[in-house]
Design a protein around this ligand. Structure first.
Ligand code: ADP
Ligand code: MG
Length: 578
């Protein structure tokens, strides 16, 4: 279908949005265009986290020369013609917004040659306007280059993280697509370094190997072929219960080949593992859900990250059932296969976490801690009283829900989030050590660690700060690294796994910007006692005492509260003693 302008009434029905939030959005849109064009090879080149250059090359169908400039007009697309098409979108793009949106925030050059054309053509745009065009010799397919992204949008630039952190986002986006499009050969180069290369063989396990490495890829279980009589067809790979991660980012979901973020469906996958995983652990999964196109509304989210399923409950049930089936039929006994790689730390000096760390913090942060007490009617809940910057002497009284320590002080009652409090303690302790004096534990045998692209990016970005905290990591070819030493704080844990999880935390958005503080915060988060862990009286006393000694006892390194305070006054009011 040629590129055409959408009729105004159809434009009005399209959920518009600012598509380009960060460099990874440009990569995502260009990747989607390449896949929509039927490419079997896609090369992505990025410098300075995308702020220097983003180039995506594909061998897809190309764009006819006389349509090139139309491709950069808003709401011009070859993928949608009428309103009825909008209910049956089979392509990743459909709004005709990506190219003009990119051209509005970067200098863009496009070179394209469709199969039937004898030569290629190019177009150069600045400030969204064409400044040069003409014929250009080119291989089949399309190459789009975006330079100087956000250079003219200084406000947007300020919101971005460091180039290496943006490169991590880009690596994550490309990884997701590489996993779902195993028949496409992807290459990702970050500042000239080959970060990811998939064979494009069509075998999902080979794509998995390229992204997550041998130990993961070889352990993954395929979903059995669907019986074909179900409303939704689900296929993909899921990890056996012995192979887990500390967060949900390794659950990749695709509906009709579109990468989607769906809390509901992610939960369906988690539900399939019910009783098989320790809480706080999550599976690795790449799952492709196929439903009839009219059963899914892709037009609900500006960046197309969310979709609406007409019969979501049914899809939920099928997804859960099919994953569960794969696990029950094929999962090896816990000791087998990948267990050696992911073994639960045996000699851990403290019990294994049972609840994800964020869980505890969530509960605590749902109550205000620093608002002034206001005169309240007796029936309103008491407001937390103001807190001094240092803590008074406290006496630990007991524990609630294996998550909060109840303490008493001269000014009333304190409910302390044990994980957040311990994080604060460890964080300050780590930062108090002068550079080069971290307590380090060396290994007799170096531990090989396979990193995912986003983890490798975090490792490279924060190498110096990680070394300073006691990590000794060296490259061993590809994305395999050798871990020769790790901070003593992690002793007793599977060091390779701990490094991977730490890098996951470091790749996330939150946390301090300074590299040294950032690494210390993530190390503290990883090593701190978890919510759900029972503490004895002595441990509680110690926790409270050490918290009293910190500089900033009221917040964890990520800024979440470590405690809530109920003043003696507020208590008396609650009980109508005054
Ligand atoms: P959309 O993908 O929503 O149609 P875009 O702005 O991303 O909107 O692209 C506009 C049009 O340009 C597409 O409909 C398609 O016809 C063409 N196009 C863009 N990128 C490519 C590509 N890599 N290969 C072939 N055609 C492309
Ligand atoms: Mg598009």
């Amino acid at each position: 279908m040629p590129i055409q302008r959408l009729a105004p009434d159809l434009v009005a029905k399209i959920a518009a949005g600012e598509v380009i939030e960060r460099p990874a959005s440009v990569v995502k849109e260009l990747l989607e265009n390449a896949l929509d064009a039927g490419a079997t090879q896609v090369g992505i080149e990025v410098t300075q986290g995308g702020l220097g250059l983003i180039r995506v090359r594909d061998n897809g169908c190309g764009i006819p020369r006389d349509e090139l400039s139309l491709a950069f007009e808003r709401h011009a697309t070859s993928k949608l013609l009428s309103e009825s098409d909008l209910t049956q979108v089979a392509s990743l793009g459909f709004r005709g917004e990506a190219l003009p949106s990119i051209a509005a925030v970067a200098d863009v050059e496009i070179v394209s040659r469709p199969a039937e054309a004898s030569g290629g053509a190019y177009l150069k745009l600045q400030n969204g306007a064409v400044v040069a065009s003409g014929p250009r010799g080119a291989p089949l397919g399309t190459t789009v280059t975006a330079r100087g992204l956000f250079r003219r949008q200084s406000a947007r630039l300020k919101f971005l993280r460091s180039p290496s952190s943006e490169a991590g986002h880009i690596a994550a986006v490309v990884s997701h697509y590489a996993l779902a499009y195993a028949e496409v050969a992807f290459t990702l180069r970050l500042d000239g370094r080959l970060s990811l290369q998939t064979p494009g063989s069509g075998d999902p396990r080979e794509a998995m190997l390229a992204v997550y490495g041998v130990p993961v890829a070889s352990a993954m279980l395929p979903l059995p072929n669907s019986e074909g009589d179900e409303y939704a067809n689900v296929s993909g790979l899921v990890s056996p219960p012995g192979l887990t991660r500390a967060n949900r980012t390794y659950i990749s979901l695709f509906i009709n080949r579109r990468w989607v973020r769906s809390r509901t469906l992610t939960f369906a996958v988690e539900e399939a593992y019910r009783g098989l995983l320790m809480s706080g652990r999550f599976p690795i999964a790449v799952l492709e859900i196929m439903v009839p196109p009219e059963e899914i509304d892709v037009n609900v989210h500006p960046t197309k990250a969310e979709v609406r399923l007409r019969r979501e409950r049914e899809v939920f049930a099928i997804l859960q059932r099919r994953v569960r089936r794969a696990l029950i039929d094929q999962a090896p006994a816990p000791q087998g296969g990948a267990a050696a790689w992911t073994a639960v730390p045996g000699a851990a000096p403290r019990p294994v976490p049972t609840v994800p760390p964020t869980h505890g913090r969530h509960l605590a942060s749902s109550r205000p801690t620093d608002r002034r007490a206001t005169p309240t009617g007796a029936s309103e809940p008491p407001e937390a009283a103001p807190l001094l910057s240092r803590l008074p002497l406290l006496r630990a009284v007991g524990q609630v829900g294996a998550t909060y320590v109840v303490a008493e002080g001269p000014e009333g009652m304190y409910l302390i989030d044990q994980h957040a409090a311990h994080e604060r303690i460890l964080y300050e302790r780590l930062l108090s050590k002068p550079a080069g004096q971290a307590e380090v534990q060396g290994f007799l045998q170096p531990v090989p660690v396979d990193l995912a692209p986003h983890q490798e990016q975090a490792l490279r970005a924060l190498a110096e700060a990680l070394t300073e905290q006691g990590f000794s990591v060296e490259p061993f070819g590809g994305r395999t690294y050798l871990l020769r030493a790790a901070p003593v704080l992690l002793s007793g844990q599977d060091a390779g796994r701990a490094l991977g999880e730490l890098l996951d935390i470091l790749a996330r958005e939150d946390g301090p910007a300074d590299p040294r503080e950032r690494v210390a915060a993530s190390l503290a988060c990883h090593a701190a006692i978890r919510a759900g862990q029972t503490l004895n009286q002595e441990e509680m006393r110690e926790l409270v005492k050490q918290l009293e000694e910190t500089q900033m006892p009221h917040t964890c390194p990520h800024g979440r509260p470590t405690m809530i305070h109920l003043s003696a006054d507020a208590l008396a009011k609650e009980f109508k003693r005054r």
